[in-house]
Design a protein around this ligand. Structure first.
Ligand code: UDX
Length: 431
């Protein structure tokens, strides 16, 4: 049965959620606070790069609209989904002010049956919102936690074919309503209490981040012993109890979720009186992994002062334009601090207008970026980097050093192309 849904927040999660609910047949209004964004969306422009999203939005234009007006969005809705961001505060706790702003906008929402929070919030937030709703006369509005597990770059497919749909509610009717709205989504519903649902998202992201940090430590060990991390983790991941995913060594994890959620879980644990020691190491390893990449380049040259380094790929992973917590930002800043000149290339990145990016030059192709550089460093695994004519790139460079921070290329082939080729957890090859 089609429902009237209001989605608050037109970011990566809110836009995908709104568009996919419209695709399922619901009437959806997406509300955001940024006037330019809402105007662009109403004009048919999608302000973020997410494969397939523009098509879903265009296809469902008749069931999907965008507004700045919170009261209007909430007034006509049967169900409100909260998809606003919850960035870390100075203390590392999640900033819930945007979530509360949505909750406070619901006072006139007479048709509202349920409030559903997709934003990642600390365990216990749902109970506080429930108490608030009861206090302001919205006791009839159900509350559900419905954490989001979509990954950027494949969010539309993840939404439509999830591994699970987690629904935590205080009452069965609200859980049933949220499950009903998902009819047509190809994934099992896992219903549970609100506290557990809130904990699932933080735990899943922290465990995925743990796998990557573990693989990165094994890579660093492989560099010391001469083993090859790709072979090691390939065979380790073949054990079905461990799983092959998220064992790829590199320059560390970034993005809008892992850094924020691992920190949020760490703070939540500490605030609850339990220090989550494993998580401290996971975060620390990730921080060091980015710096280690620069240190290895520094060792190669005996210092980076006066050197020119080309960074290839800047986004936190491929197939997104998102620069949030991208390892490239720390790498660029460290290179500049060591006295290097930084050139860069990325096909999609929306570069922030502040340092270190204002101190680098951006080029439109990898070949242009590496021209005259002493070293090139692959930071993001953009597939087009496989197809660079590397012999030509080498000829255009001032020096022969290529650091592959994502193990994207074949060490032997790169040595044959004339490079001193460094990668992560694999032996360095020479021309
Ligand atoms: C992640 C979760 O996958 C998703 O379920 C959640 O909803 C949001 O956070 P996302 O941030 O889009 O999604 O990116 P993801 O593909 O998970 O990658 C996160 C980071 O880990 C990236 O920087 C990526 O490059 C890195 N990574 C991933 C590795 O370094 N090695 C791997 O093996 C996998």
């Amino acid at each position: 049965m089609p429902r009237s849904i209001a989605v608050f927040g037109a970011g990566y999660i809110g836009l995908v959620t709104g568009a996919c609910f419209a695709e399922l047949g619901h009437q959806v209004v997406v509300r955001d606070v940024v006037p330019d964004k809402v105007a662009a969306l109403n004009a048919g422009d999608v302000p973020i790069y997410e494969p397939g999203l523009s098509d879903v939005i265009a296809r469902n234009a008749g069931r999907l609209r965008f507004t700045l007006d919170a009261g209007e969005a909430a007034a006509g809705a049967e169900v409100v989904f909260v998809c606003v961001d919850t960035p870390p505060t100075a203390s590392g706790d999640a900033d819930l002010s945007r979530v509360w702003a949505v909750v406070e906008a619901l006072r006139g929402a007479v048709h509202l049956k349920a409030l559903v929070v997709k934003s990642t919030v600390p365990t216990g937030t749902g109970a506080k919102i429930r108490a608030y709703l009861d206090r302001v006369g919205l006791g009839h509005v159900g509350y559900a936690s419905n954490p989001e597990f979509t990954a950027e770059g494949r969010a539309v497919a993840d939404f439509m074919h999830p591994d699970r749909i987690v629904i935590g509610a205080f009452d069965e009717a609200s859980a049933a309503l949220v499950a009903e709205i998902h009819e047509g989504v190809d994934g099992p519903v896992m219903a549970m209490d609100v506290l557990s649902a809130e904990t699932v998202k933080l735990t899943a992201n922290a465990l995925l981040a743990t796998k990557i940090s573990f693989a990165n430590e094994v890579a660093n060990l492989c560099e010391a012993t001469g083993a090859d991390v790709e072979r090691v983790m390939g065979a380790v991941g073949a054990d079905h109890r461990l799983g092959a995913h998220f064992l790829k060594a590199g320059v560390g994890w970034g993005g809008s979720c892992f850094p924020k959620d691992s920190l949020a879980l760490k703070q939540l644990a500490a605030n609850s009186g339990y220090p989550f020691q494993l998580l401290n190491a996971v975060i620390e390893v990730n921080d060091l992994q980015r710096r280690r990449a620069v240190n290895r380049l520094k060792e190669q040259f005996g210092g980076l002062s006066g050197k020119t380094v080309a960074l290839l790929g800047l986004t936190f992973k491929a197939n997104t334009d998102d620069m949030r917590e991208a390892p490239s930002t720390v790498i660029a800043a460290r290179l500049l601090a060591e006295g290097a000149t930084v050139r860069c290339w990325d096909p999609m990145a929306r570069l922030p207008q502040h340092e270190p990016w204002t101190l680098t030059t951006r080029h439109s192709t990898p070949l242009e970026a590496v021209a005259g550089a002493d070293a090139a460093m692959i930071v993001t695994e953009w597939p087009q980097l496989r197809d660079v004519p590397w012999e030509q790139a080498k000829a255009a460079m001032a020096g022969p050093v290529l650091f592959d921070g994502r193990n994207l290329l074949d060490p032997q082939a790169m040595a044959e192309a004339g490079f001193t080729y460094l990668s992560v957890g694999r032996a360095t090859t020479q021309p």
